[in-house]
Ligand binder design. Structure first.
Ligand code: HSE
Length: 307
C-alpha cells in the first residue's frame, strides 16, 4: 500500500465544562486527505483545495505534525500530502486538528502502524501549536480516537476514550466569521477562583458520569462553563440568544464549540436534534450573519480510510 485517502472528521472541543480536556468527534463533516509514500525523504504538501493555507511544511499544521512523527522513526523514504478542506479554518470545529490528525494517521498506516492511535495524539498535538500557539489535544484526541475523549493529563499525555450513549446527537452552528484560536485564548485569565474551579470540576465529573450511565438529566446539568464561556461569549454575535433557543427547543445543553465562533448543542435523539437545529437557525437569522449548521451523530471511529 503506497497511497491512501482519508476522511478527517470535525470535532467539538471543551464541551462547556472541559476546557482543553474534553472533546467529541463528528460524523457529518470532515476534510479529505491523500497521503502517498514517495522515494524522497521528508514531508511534502503538494496540494490544498478549499482553503488558502501554506504549502510549506513548517508552516502547515499537517506538515508540522507529520514531521514530528517522522522524526520518531527511521525511514529511507518520505510522504506527500494532499489536503482537501471542507472544514473552514477558524470555525471552532477542529479544522486544524483534522489536518494534523489525518497526516499522522495516514503516515502511520503507510508505515505499517508502528504507533497506536493514542501515541499519535502526541504528534498531532505538535501541529496545533501552529494554529493556536499552544499544544492542546482536546480536538486531535477525538479526531484520532473517535467518540468522546478526556485528556486526563498533559505531562505526560494521558488520553482516555469515554463511552457514550448511541442516542446522543450534536448540532454545530457555524457563523461565517473567523475567530482565531490564539485570539480566543488571549481573552482568558491565567487564574480562576476556587469557587469557579469547584463548580467546573463538579461539572466535568458529572458529564463523564452521565455519559457512562446514560443519565441524560445529569449530562444536561453538567453542560455548563463558569470559567471560559463568560470571557468568550462576547466574541460571538448572537451567542446568548442562540444558546437559549437551543435549550428552549430541548437540547441537553449548549455552549461555545472549541474556541468559537461555532455554537454547539447536545441532544437526545435525532428528532430532538433536528428541532434544536431549526430553533438555533431561526435565532441566528436575526444576526444577519451567514451561517451553516451541522447535525451529526457521534463518530465512534475518528479518522478513517475511505480508499
Ligand atoms: N480548547 C481549545 C480552546 C480548543 O478552547 O482554546 C480550540 O482549539
Amino acid at each position: 500500500m503506497n497511497e491512501i485517502k482519508l476522511f478527517c472528521p470535525a470535532t467539538i472541543a471543551n464541551l462547556s465544562c472541559g476546557f482543553d480536556v474534553l472533546g467529541l468527534c463528528l460524523e457529518s463533516i470532515g476534510d479529505e486527505m491523500i497521503v502517498r509514500k514517495i522515494a524522497e525523504k521528508g514531508i511534502r504538501i503538494t496540494k490544498i483545495t478549499g482553503a488558502n493555507l501554506p504549502l510549506e511544511t513548517h508552516k502547515n499544521v499537517a506538515g508540522v505534525a507529520a514531521e514530528a512523527l517522522l522524526n520518531a522513526v527511521d525511514t529511507e523514504f518520505g510522504f506527500e500530502i494532499e489536503i482537501h478542506k471542507k472544514i473552514k479554518a477558524g470555525s471552532g470545529i477542529g479544522s486544524s486538528s483534522a489536518s494534523a490528525a489525518g497526516a499522522v494517521f495516514g503516515i502511520n498506516e503507510l508505515l505499517g502502524r508502528p504507533f497506536t492511535k493514542h501515541q499519535l495524539v502526541d504528534f498531532a498535538m505538535k501541529g496545533e501549536v501552529i494554529a493556536s500557539g499552544s499544544e492542546h489535544a482536546d480536538n486531535v484526541a477525538p479526531c484520532l480516537l473517535g467518540g468522546f475523549t478526556l485528556v486526563r493529563g498533559y505531562h505526560p499525555l494521558d488520553v482516555i476514550r469515554i463511552d457514550s450513549p448511541e442516542e446522543i446527537f450534536a448540532v454545530a452552528l457555524h457563523p461565517h466569521i473567523e475567530v482565531k484560536t490564539s485570539d480566543a485564548r488571549a481573552v482568558l485569565t491565567p487564574t480562576v477562583s476556587l469557587k469557579d474551579a469547584i463548580t467546573q470540576w463538579g461539572n466535568v465529573g458529572g458529564l463523564i458520569a452521565g455519559l457512562y450511565t446514560k443519565d441524560y438529566d445529569l449530562i444536561g446539568r453538567s453542560l455548563h462553563d463558569s470559567i471560559v464561556e463568560p470571557l468568550r461569549r462576547n466574541l460571538i454575535p448572537g451567542f446568548d440568544a442562540t444558546k437559549f433557543a437551543a435549550i428552549q427547543a430541548g437540547a441537553l445543553g449548549a455552549g461555545i464549540s472549541g474556541a468559537g465562533p461555532s455554537i454547539f448543542a447536545l441532544c437526545k435523539g435525532e428528532a430532538k436534534a433536528e428541532k434544536v437545529a431549526f430553533a438555533m437557525s431561526e435565532s441566528y437569522l436575526n444576526t444577519g450573519i451567514v451561517f451553516d449548521i451541522h447535525l451529526s451523530k457521534i463518530n465512534p471511529d475518528g479518522v478513517r480510510i475511505i480508499e
